[in-house]
Design a protein around this ligand. Structure first.
Ligand code: KIV
Length: 284
């Protein structure tokens, strides 16, 4: 029986001021590392479109891709709360379709919750998914799936008027029944206000230090994603450099015949080489 935190634990952590640790994960080994490291929550984010598939953005990602990755993450982290991220057009066009797709994350991948982007304009969808008995995380501020409308991957809520709109979106998400909310790329002052204003746990990716927990994209944290680095990222190691230099060393070893060495070879059994030579001579 899995021993994962639940939404009740996250509410309790908010009440006690204990920070929630949250990271994306897209594959089995990374999920294993994250569970060993003690992460509270994992997001199988549609950012995998950029971090794993090399797309320019998240828009091309489809449900089946998300399900395959969520299944791998679930297998790697059986005791961690896993959230499946609803990809573009899996919930925007019809409420029934949204509920069905949200359900797939639970039925086919064993996720604990789903996340979807948007504030006031998707409250009907949030309500319907919650009514189906599914734990929902909202996502407001910078919402990458609609970055075209936002004029790019830009911080949101930087003026008083625009900050008020982000607060209204966050309130609408809570009123629709969402159990948690993620704030992306907004000023820390606004993040702090929303954290105090809402009853539900408020997670931050670029929303300052005063939220109930922090999310980073694992490919940013380990220095694997190369295309760009948002301001809110802190790199904790440089996997790109480590892996590239390991691969260069491998090429050098192969070219100089330093690899494979004796310890990498499967020798014939005692006395078999002589027999082999005789056998092959007889063939000629
Ligand atoms: O897909 C994802 O990883 C996300 C983050 C950018 C918040 O939604």
């Amino acid at each position: 029986m899995a021993n994962r935190k639940t939404i009740h634990d996250f509410l309790q952590m908010k009440r006690e001021g204990k920070k929630i640790t949250f990271l994306t994960s897209y594959d089995f080994p990374t999920a294993q590392f994250a569970e060993t490291a003690g992460l509270d929550m994992l997001l199988v984010g549609d950012s995998l479109g950029m971090c794993v598939y090399g797309y320019e953005g998240t828009v091309p990602v489809v449900m089946d891709q998300m399900i395959f990755h969520a299944q791998a993450v679930r297998r790697g982290a059986p005791n961690t709360f896993v959230i499946g991220d609803m990809p573009f057009m899996s919930y925007q066009s019809a409420v029934d379709k949204a509920v069905e797709n949200a359900g797939r994350f639970l039925k086919e991948a064993g996720c604990d919750a789903i996340k979807l982007e948007g504030g006031k304009r998707i409250t009907r969808v949030i309500q319907a998914i919650v009514d189906a008995g599914i734990v929902v995380m909202g996502h407001v501020g910078l919402t990458p799936q609609s970055s075209g409308q936002l004029g790019g991957h830009k911080a949101q809520g930087r003026t008083a008027e625009l900050a008020k709109l982000v607060v209204e979106d966050a309130r609408a998400v809570q009123e629709a029944g969402a159990h948690m909310i993620l704030l992306e790329a907004i000023p820390p002052e606004v993040g702090r206000y929303i954290r105090q204003d809402l009853r539900i746990p408020v997670l931050s990716i670029g929303a300052g230090p005063d939220c109930d927990g922090q999310l980073l994209i694992v490919s940013d944290l380990i220095g694997q994603f190369q295309a760009f680095t948002p301001k809110f990222v802190k790199k904790y190691c440089n996997v790109a450099e480590m892996v590239t230099s390991a691969m260069k060393a491998y090429c050098q070893d192969v070219r100089s015949a330093a690899f494979p060495a004796e310890e990498h070879c499967y020798r014939m059994l005692e006395g078999e080489e002589e027999k082999f030579v005789v056998l092959m001579r007889a063939e000629k």
